[in-house]
Design a protein around this ligand. Structure first.
Ligand code: NAD
Length: 547
């Protein structure tokens, strides 16, 4: 920025469209869905200025119709991974030195492309490839990705604006350099917005990135690359490669120029990455930044003063939207005995009204789980709960993978608050309820319950208290301060919005660098202080040395 202190457009959340019957957006997305569904897509590797078709391919299928062929993506071998490093470092020479407003303009344009001409395409791809209903696709692929891009630009300008004081005779300036090397972005299947955000947030701050999307999200990842390219992102700034994650990661983490990892996914994978980085620390030119948002075992705890209908709605929405495949999805619930019968009836009523099937039929609230591995794992936990003495499937429990990977929204009731499904992240449409005795309820009993909630899982991502009693809600807020990075009072624990509820958890849930916030962007820069002195001293002697 040589010739002006530019202000960025004020970020506002992208409005969520309704897709109600007869609306133009509904018609457009359904037409685009048909078109994408019936055209075979071929996704290349994006390395520098090349789109590489390696010939080593994997076929893509919609989870709700797994025999249908959507086309292929190409997989990298070792030499492509090395090419991605070389291309990124080459692109860095110009990108890292480009004026910030030019970088901002690229990503603001990307947001406007998603909000406008690409909206139907990115939503339809997310509906097909990740099996999301239109509402879930809209709040993710269109709105949240726009929000990440626009708010990050605003946060970047706030960061750049933070400057040190200067004293008489000199001028202190801080410039927020990108990291020296490349950033490796590894993204999960469940949010198109996260997939777009992890490489682009680092790139916005002047970094170059190598992005490895999840095998199960490549279909919409292709649209993200189309958008970035149309927005004018120079070649090599974000390189997208698919293939064996172990091989790709081994090569990238072996490079002396590896400068940071931006990961979202499961806890086990993140811990193994951290271990690899630690054991190779002597190889790197700089200390790599390690940012990871990982698993959760998110809770709802209802106080006896809660409204049972509100508790039930928090469960129906919080546990089952997008088939429970949100890191924030409620998966363990604590309900007082006096309320359980009502809550169970309300939830059963909600669940019996859920329709399940393809997202193309907009009447379906529930779609398929992501792949066969997830389906088999979830079916296994349901079978186990049907057999175990201390658990019982009280609602749902059916599953069928003949056409798509469909798991019926399921409620397990357990008498053991440490039952396996109260502790383990399942990542599917299964919620486990523990009913506590609220006879002669006291403050001490509430505290004991909160301690149980706090100690039950290794995670600390999201959680909610529902209470009509202010003191009880306050106690929960205090006692559960380390149990959730995003804590909700009288609400469901899902649905964080960029700019409003910065998202991330602690404990085994991640480094809590809050995606879509200033804190996150700070991880992708290495500030340099420049002190300039106007009248440079010519004598080393200080006055105190005088006679
Ligand atoms: P995953 O861990 O299976 O995969 C995530 C990414 O890691 C994918 O790109 C995958 O290919 C890659 N990967 C897998 N094994 C790897 C290895 N050995 N080395 C390097 N990369 C490897 O997770 P998923 O199933 O895609 O996503 C679900 C998980 O993500 C859940 O645990 C969920 O809680 C978590 N998640 C967390 C947040 C959050 O903000 N905390 C958000 C979304 C998802």
């Amino acid at each position: 920025m040589g010739k002006g202190f530019f202000h960025v457009p004020v970020a506002v959340n992208e409005p969520v469209k309704s897709y109600e019957p007869g609306s133009p957006e509904r018609e457009e997305v359904l037409l685009t869905y048909k078109d994408l569904y019936n055209t075979k897509m071929e996704v290349p590797l994006y390395i520098g200025d090349k789109q590489i078709k390696t010939g080593n391919t994997a076929t893509m299928h919609p989870p709700h119709d797994h025999k249908h062929d959507l086309g292929v993506y190409h997989k990298a071998d070792k030499k492509h991974v090395q090419q991605a490093i070389d291309s990124a470092l080459e692109a860095r020479k110009e990108w890292a030195n480009l004026e910030w407003e030019q970088r901002a303009a690229v990503f603001l344009k990307a947001a406007d492309l998603i909000a406008g001409p690409y909206r139907a395409r990115i939503n339809a791809a997310t509906m097909i490839g990740q099996s999301k209903n239109i509402y879930q696709a809209e709040i993710d692929a269109a709105c949240e990705l726009c929000d990440f891009l626009r708010f990050n630009v605003e946060y970047m300008s706030q960061i750049y604006d933070e400057q040190p004081e200067s004293s008489e005779g000199n001028w202190n300036r801080v410039e927020y350099r990108p990291l020296e090397g490349f950033v490796y972005a590894i993204t999960p299947f469940n949010f198109t917005a996260i997939a777009g955000n992890l490489p682009s947030s680092a790139a916005l701050m002047g970094n170059v990135a190598i992005w490895k999307p999840s095998d199960s999200q490549v279909f919409s990842a292709q649209i993200i690359m189309e958008v970035f390219r149309e927005a004018g992102l120079p070649d090599g700034v974000i390189n997208m490669i698919m293939g064996d994650p172990v091989m790709i990661t081994d090569i990238l983490l072996d490079s002396p120029d590896f400068a940071g990892i931006h990961f979202t996914g499961s806890t086990t994978v993140f811990k193994s990455l951290w271990g690899m980085i630690g054991s190779r620390i002597d190889k790197y030119k700089t200390y790599p930044r390690i940012v990871g948002e990982t698993g959760g075992k998110d809770f709802i705890v209802a106080h006896p003063t809660a409204n049972p209908k509100q508790v039930a709605t928090a469960i129906s929405r919080g546990a089952f939207e997008y088939q429970g495949q949100k890191c924030s999805a409620a998966s363990r619930v604590y309900i007082p005995k006096s309320m359980w019968a009502d809550v169970k009836d309300y939830v059963a009523e909600d669940l019996s009204s859920f329709k399940m099937g393809s997202p193309e039929d907009m009447g379906n609230f529930i779609n398929a789980v992501i792949h066969e591995g997830a389906f088999d794992k979830l079916a296994g936990y349901i079978d186990r709960a049907k057999k175990d003495k201390d658990a019982e499937v009280v609602i749902g429990g059916g599953y069928d993978k003949s056409k798509g990977y469909f798991i019926e929204p399921t409620v397990i009731l357990t008498t053991d608050p440490k039952y396996v499904t109260m502790e383990t992240e399942l990542f599917g449409p299964i919620v486990t309820v523990y009913v506590y005795d609220d006879k002669n309820f006291s403050e001490k009993k509430w505290e004991d319950l909160l301690e149980l909630v706090d100690n039950t899982s290794i995670y600390g991502l999201t959680g909610a208290v529902i209470s009509g009693d202010r003191y009880a809600a306050t106690k929960a807020t205090k006692m559960l301060q380390n149990a959730a990075g995003n804590f909700y009072i009288n609400d469901k624990p899902t649905g964080a919005v960029v700019g409003q509820q910065p998202f991330g958890g602690a404990r085994a849930s991640g480094t809590n660098d809050k995606a879509g916030s200033k804190q996150n962007l700070l991880r992708w820069i290495s500030p340099r202080l420049i002190k300039e002195t106007f009248v440079t001293p010519t004598d080393y002697r200080y006055p105190f040395l005088g006679e």
